[in-house]
Design a binder for this molecule. Structure first.
Ligand code: ASC
Length: 150
């Protein structure tokens, strides 16, 4: 009995060590799809607010707040799907994401911090504040794309 318990423990430990980080997804392609879809939904929501800020769409404070809230939430999701082994397939992700992970994470965090500010601005209902915040968010999208997207 003691031996069985020990064998189980060792097996469990070995699985933990060897499990690839996309293991929370059924397969690496699912991780790629997940992050792309999350980023797409984020962009659609952010884009709606950004269009208002740019005067390309009529300002609707309620829609702006809903969209900003959605973008902030969905913006938390993609990052867990950039695990080791998910650098291949139908993706524009550059290898630098995995070789310069600290920088990538820093950009991802910066974007999320600016998204929080955008929701705050949208809550205020002040279009000038929303303009500043969308500009800041857009800047974080661009700097990450320049460095890490093909
Ligand atoms: C968007 C989008 C981006 C950013 C960027 C801002 O809506 O898809 O990548 O804003 O264009 O410069």
């Amino acid at each position: 009995m003691k031996t069985i318990a020990r064998t189980l423990m060792i097996t469990a430990a070995a699985l933990l060590v060897s499990a690839p980080s996309w293991a929370q997804f059924a397969k690496p392609e699912d991780a790629v799809k997940y992050r792309k879809n999350a980023l797409f939904v984020m962009q659609q929501n952010f884009g709606r607010v950004a269009a208002m800020a740019a005067g390309k769409a009529p300002f609707d404070a309620k829609v702006a707040l809903e969209s900003a809230t959605n973008a902030e939430f969905v913006g938390k999701l993609p990052w867990a799907a950039f695990g080791e082994g998910t650098d291949k397939g139908d993706t524009k992700a550059k290898p630098e994401i995995w070789t310069d992970k600290a920088k990538f994470n820093e950009y991802a965090e910066k974007m999320q911090a600016e998204m929080v500010k955008l929701t705050v601005a949208a809550k205020s209902g002040n279009l000038d504040s929303i303009k500043v915040a969308t500009g800041a968010v857009g800047g974080t999208c661009k700097s990450c794309h320049d460095a890490f997207r093909q």
